[in-house]
Design a protein around this ligand. Structure first.
Ligand SMILES: [Zn+2]
Length: 360
């Protein structure tokens, strides 16, 4: 792949671009219409498809979307979809009317860490003023954004979602850039600069493309200084929430760490406050929640029985719908063949989740 050395975007150029973007008003005009089907989804590792009839189980439960996830490795998803098993999965989903998407922490795949030895200015600066290849990039490096956008399109040709929605998340919970150009921009704002560049490139390949801005951990806070371009949608993931209590509870303590730098709120309802702020910035009809109701991976291996509480799930969905969220998904990672052997058939939980989605 050709990597061109481009001058970094200056602070002045950046502010001019942002000012023009802000002056242009809301950029929602050509987003997917609000009448698009509501996403009712689960997010799985390809390995979870050892529970061989996941698509059929999802369809029976009224779930219409399966997102494939592989933490931070696009090659794992590539190998799966290129396999006979993967092709069979995709064909069965198509026959059942199940949409398939791909969502993962992609930044270190989109900007190979090996490029550190070619051009260090593409990588972020730490708080001590040193460039480092550890996590994310410098969003004011035009060269970095060009590589990232080019790779995003390359991967989009291989991992093409049936919905036109692309999920190239930043590195997991990681830091962003402190260079003089980026300093003063939050993690959310820096991530959005990259996502805006990706969606522009993707739309030349797939005119209906939209790109997730994940509000999660360091990018929880709503961006203020950078505006989402047309085609960017909010994906909100309340990672540290207390799953035993409804998300609207102001008494339920989250799993937030005691570290003062942890951006997660102390109480469940704090997440709803953050979601509300984000929905002032992003187009509400496209906003999606990515929940953890069925996420066995939170509890590690060997898989624990997921402590799914249908009443909490229903209350949460009602709270999200009240805020205008139409698209709802949950991780269901590690609900696989081994899980079924250890804990019995998981269809009861899958069906209860589907019923909660379809009841409100
Ligand atoms: Zn920077």
């Amino acid at each position: 792949m050709a990597v061109h050395r481009l001058a970094p975007i200056s602070r002045r150029q950046f502010l001019a671009t942002t000012a023009a973007s802000l002056a242009a008003g809301p950029a929602f005009a050509d987003a997917t219409p609000a009448t698009s089907p509501c996403t009712k989804g689960v997010v799985l590792y390809p390995f979870d498809l050892s529970l061989g009839d996941w698509p059929e189980r999802a369809a029976r439960a009224g779930i219409n979307t399966i997102g494939l996830h592989a933490a931070r490795r696009l090659d794992v998803l590539h190998d799966f979809v290129a396999s006979d098993e993967g092709q069979s999965f995709l064909q069965r989903c198509k026959a059942l009317g199940i949409q398939v998407e791909y969502e993962l922490h992609a930044m270190s795949d989109l900007l190979s860490r090996e490029l550190w030895f070619k051009d260090r200015s593409m990588f972020r600066m730490d708080e001590k003023g040193r460039r480092t290849p550890v996590s994310n990039c410098c969003p004011h490096s035009a060269a970095a954004l060009e590589v990232i956008a080019e790779r995003a399109v390359k991967w989009a040709r291989i991992l093409t979602p049936t919905t036109g929605r692309y999920f190239y998340w930043p590195d997991d919970g990681s830091q962003w850039c402190h260079c003089p150009e980026c300093e003063g921009l939050s993690a959310s704002e820096q991530a959005l600069l990259v996502e805006n560049r990706i969606v522009r490139a993707l739309r030349r390949f797939d005119p209906r493309a939209t790109v997730s801005h994940i509000s999660y951990h360091t990018t929880l806070a709503a961006p203020k200084q950078v505006k989402p371009e047309a085609g960017i949608f909010l994906e909100f993931a309340p990672y540290s929430r207390n799953l035993a209590k409804p998300i609207a509870s102001r008494e339920a303590k989250t799993r937030r760490s005691s570290s003062p730098g942890d951006p997660n709120p102390e109480m469940n309802a704090g997440y709803l406050d953050i979601l509300k702020a984000n929905m002032q910035v992003f187009e509400p009809a496209q906003a999606q929640v990515l929940e953890y109701w069925l996420d066995v991976s939170l509890y590690g291996r060997p898989a624990a029985k997921v402590p799914f509480d249908p009443a909490v799930c229903r209350a949460d969905i009602a709270a999200y719908r009240k805020l205008g969220v139409r698209h709802i998904t949950t991780f269901a990672a590690f609900i696989d063949a081994d899980y079924a052997k250890l804990h019995g058939d998981p269809q009861r939980e899958i069906t209860a989740y589907g019923e909660a989605l379809n009841a409100t």
